[in-house]
Design a protein around this ligand. Sequence first.
Ligand code: GAR
Length: 197
Amino acid sequence: MKKIGVLISGGGTNLQALIDSQGSVLTSGTIVCVCSNNADAYGLERAKKAGIPTKIIRKNADCGGDTDEFSRQICDYMKKMRVDIIVLAGFMSICGGELLKEYADRIINIHPSLIPSFCGKGMYGLHVHEAALEYGVKVTGATVHMVNEVVDGGRILMQKAVYIEDGDTPEILQKRVMEQAEWKILPKAVELVCSSD
Ligand code: GAR
């Protein structure tokens, strides 16, 4: 059984999907901790309700705004919790430094578009759906991929397409992409990684 550490920043619906999939889709790994860079993230409540230990590490307040220190503190916590695989489930900060080195090829991210469209620096959360609607694509979706030093550039594990409909707003589209794609492929992809090797 692999030990999974989840990093979040907000609502935590993808974290919830992972929690709910434990024992059904996700059978080769168990979530042992949830870490947030935002003290107000509702996902922290979801973790507490599920009895999962939580930790808050803020880049500015706890790490003096230093990216390397932020990365080191997250890495230290993950190691302390004996985490094997890290899942970025709506984590809105770029991770680098020690974390990427220590957990090379063991960090998974979910991105709300079909990579390589609408990804990279500055493309996160609602911005991604705004960009897709502005461009006028008819199909979007979600991608689960491994994390490396290139933002949204690691090996793709799974993707699922979602149709754009007339009258979509970024909020409506975000909800459809979550429901039809993200919450389905994230648990499957995490199981894939946990059950390999
Ligand atoms: C999700 O749509 C996730 O794919 C996206 O943020 C949202 C978080 O929602 N992540 C990114 O944009 C990362 N680049 P959640 O907190 O309810 O899971």
